[in-house]
Design a protein around this ligand. Structure first.
Ligand code: FMN
Length: 337
């Protein structure tokens, strides 16, 4: 009898598949459907994007000034507070009441004091945990990476001081040395890392010669990046590891756990295949476990992590060099998709 239970952020999850933050949060029926399909927890839509970004479009000039950290920023930002997290908080509260599984709220944080306040308000809704989503596109030539990283670490310290619920961090993959940043963030006492957010990029229509912004799904090969980092981080940090991006099937979930993840988040597969497909993912994960005689998640978690794998080069630069030097043979063995 297989047991899919896992622990994440101190929460007992009945299996390692979480519905990641997306627009389904607006639709309680969809979330219930995901719960019926067996999903272990849901992450609510980010506060910043859902409630405040609309107003922030009007306030974009102010925000740009704010991003420059000028002396006015503390007087500018309260304007956004009045733009209203109330509706968001109410929705989170209702979702928490409606579902039996853990609900994780998400906050798109930019500035520590104000966002720690939001974290507190979110905690008061009764959610089980908070995911801090550092989605940002630095567009200033004169701000260096260390400054951005230090600010994000300070935000986490402030939020950790302010709330008692577990806090996870969702990162973009674009840091110079992601392992170093994660190790510093780990020391703030955050409880988990979600690796990684998928950034939406602008697109150009070559017929109309205009920009547009499609919402595209991930591709399955995208999960190699979280796989690499789960493998590198397993048993190296205190926080839990939640793999995200490009996870579509039960086998993908199994791969992430083999690499070292405690759990996974899925979004694209729920859009492409429907939320009920989570049931298929869980069935396939169970089949994988049965086939390999794994009774619990711990029986195979980290089995192919950097710490436990026999191939010492697999997570290193040597693997990249091998691929490029031996590409003919590799393509013969694993045809390019
Ligand atoms: C329509 C849509 C809305 C999303 N909204 C959010 C959001 O508000 N906050 C967030 O952290 N991620 C958001 N995401 C990103 C997903 O949570 C997830 O990190 C990303 O899609 C990668 O997972 P996937 O490959 O399973 O799609 C959104 C994704 C989609 C498709």
């Amino acid at each position: 009898m297989t047991n899919l239970k896992t622990k994440y952020l101190g929460l007992e999850l009945k299996n390692p598949v979480i519905l990641g933050s997306c627009n389904f949060s607006n639709n309680i029926d969809k979330l219930k459907k995901a719960e019926d399909a067996g999903v272990a927890a849901v992450v609510f839509k980010s506060l910043f994007e859902e409630q405040i970004s609309l107003e922030s479009i009007q306030l974009e000039d102010n925000l740009n000034e704010y991003a420059e950290r000028n002396a006015e920023m503390t007087s500018l930002f309260p304007n956004i507070v009045h733009a209203g997290p109330d509706e968001y908080l109410e929705k989170v509260r209702k979702t928490k009441e409606a579902l039996k599984i853990p609900v994780i709220a998400s906050l798109n944080a930019t500035y520590k004091t104000v966002w720690a306040e939001y974290a507190k308000l979110i905690e008061q809704t009764g959610v089980d945990a908070l995911e801090v989503n550092f989605f940002a596109v630095p567009n200033h030539f004169n701000v260096d990476g260390v400054q951005i990283e230090n600010e994000q670490i300070e935000i986490l310290q402030e939020i950790k001081k302010t709330v008692k619920i577990p806090v996870s961090v969702k990162l973009s993959p674009f840091y110079t040395n992601t392992l170093n940043l994660i190790s510093k963030m780990d020391k703030t006492g955050v409880n988990g890392f979600v690796l990684f957010n998928r950034l939406f990029q602008p697109e150009i229509n070559t017929d109309s010669l205009e920009h547009y912004s499609p919402i595209h799904s991930s591709n399955v090969v995208d999960n190699r990046l979280p796989l690499r980092y789960a493998g590198l981080l397993y048993n190296e940090i205190n926080a839990d590891i939640c793999a995200n991006t490009g996870i579509f099937s039960g086998k993908d979930v199994a791969k992430m756990i083999l690499a070292g993840a405690d759990c996974t988040q899925v979004v694209s597969t729920a859009y492409v295949n429907g939320v009920s497909y989570i049931q298929t993912i869980l069935n396939d994960l169970e089949l994988f476990m049965q086939k390999n005689n794994f009774i619990t998640i711990n029986d195979f978690k980290g089995k192919l992590s950097k710490k436990n794998t026999k191939d010492v080069y697999v997570y290193k630069r040597a693997q990249y060099v091998d691929i490029l030097l031996d590409s003919e043979n590799i393509i013969k063995k694993y045809p390019m998709l």
